[in-house]
Write a protein that binds this ligand. Structure first.
Ligand SMILES: C[S@@+](CC[C@H](N)C(=O)[O-])C[C@H]1O[C@@H](n2cnc3c(N)ncnc32)[C@H](O)[C@@H]1O
Length: 235
C-alpha cells in the first residue's frame, strides 16, 4: 500500500486555478466530470467552492492515504454532492468514458523506470508523457490536462492532434523544481530529454501549462503552436 502522498502546494494551487479559470468557473449547467489522480482533493475542492458549479466530479485515486485525506476534506467542506473520490485506479473504471469531460494533473515524471521514485504513482514513463497519452486515447470530448515542459510537450501535442484534439485554451506558469522533479534519476533523464529537444527548462524552473483539449472536426492548432513556442523559449 502506498503511504507517501503527493505534496506540492505550488503545483496543486495552479491546477486549482486552471480548473476554475479554464473549466469549472464556466460550468453552470449540471454536468459529470471525471478526474484522474485526485491526490488530497484540495484542487477540485477549491475550484468547486469558488464557482457556481452545478454538476458532479468523480475523482479516482489509487493512493489510500491521499484518498482518505480527500474524503475528510470533502466532508469538512460539505460538498459530498459535488465531489466523490473513489479509491481505485482510473483505468479500471473509465476506459469507456460515461462523461464527456476529463480533468487531471497527471503523473509526469520521466525516468528509465519507476523503482527510483519517492512515489511510484508519479511515474510518467520514459519521457513523462505516457499517462497523458493514455488519457488522450479514451475519447473524452474535453480534457483539461496539466502539461510539463520537461515531459516531451511537443510529442504530446502531436499525439493529441493525431487523436483529433485541438488546443482551445491554456494557462502557463513557471514552477520551481521540487522534491520529486529534483530526484537525481529524474533530473538526469530530464537532461537526456533536453538533448533530444524533448525537455525545456532553466536552471531553477520549468513551465507547467493547464491545457484544454477538445475533439474537433476542423483541427485548429494555432494555440498548440503558441504553447510550444512559449515552452521552447526556455532553451
Ligand atoms: C501529480 S499527482 C496530482 C494530485 C492532485 N490532483 C494535485 O494536483 O494536487 C498525481 C496523482 O495521480 C495518482 N495516480 C497515479 N496513477 C493513478 C491511477 N491509475 N488511478 C488513479 N490515480 C492515480 C497518484 O497517486 C497521485 O496522487
Amino acid at each position: 500500500m502506498a503511504k507517501e502522498v503527493f505534496v506540492c502546494p505550488e503545483e496543486s494551487a495552479f491546477y486549482a486555478q486552471c480548473l476554475h479559470m479554464l473549466l469549472i468557473g464556466h460550468c453552470q449547467t449540471a454536468s459529470v466530470i471525471h478526474e484522474f489522480g485526485s491526490g488530497d482533493g484540495m484542487p477540485v475542492i477549491e475550484a468547486v467552492l469558488r464557482a457556481c458549479f452545478q454538476g458532479v466530479i468523480h475523482g479516482y485515486e489509487i493512493n489510500d492515504v491521499s484518498w482518505n485525506l480527500a474524503n475528510n476534506q470533502i466532508k469538512l467542506h460539505q460538498i459530498e454532492h459535488r465531489y466523490i473520490v473513489h479509491n481505485a485506479s482510473f483505468f479500471n473504471f473509465c476506459n469507456k468514458p460515461y462523461s464527456s469531460t476529463l480533468v487531471t494533473n497527471p503523473p509526469y515524471l520521466p525516468a528509465w523506470n519507476d523503482n527510483c521514485l519517492y512515489i511510484k504513482g508519479l511515474y510518467g514513463g520514459i519521457d513523462g508523457s505516457m499517462i497523458s497519452r493514455r488519457l488522450l486515447s479514451l475519447e473524452y470530448s474535453t480534457v483539461l490536462l496539466m502539461v510539463s515542459s520537461f515531459s516531451n510537450p511537443a510529442g504530446l501535442l502531436q499525439f493529441a492532434s493525431e487523436q483529433g484534439y485541438s488546443v482551445v485554451d491554456f494557462l502557463i506558469r513557471p514552477l520551481s523544481f521540487g522534491r520529486y522533479s529534483s530526484q537525481p534519476e529524474v533530473k538526469s533523464r530530464i537532461v537526456e530529454l533536453y538533448h533530444e529537444q524533448k525537455a525545456f527548462f532553466s536552471e531553477h524552473y520549468y513551465l507547467l501549462a493547464g491545457v484544454v483539449f477538445q475533439k474537433q472536426n476542423h483541427a485548429d492548432m494555432e494555440l498548440s503552436a503558441d504553447l510550444i513556442a512559449v515552452m521552447q523559449s526556455l532553451q
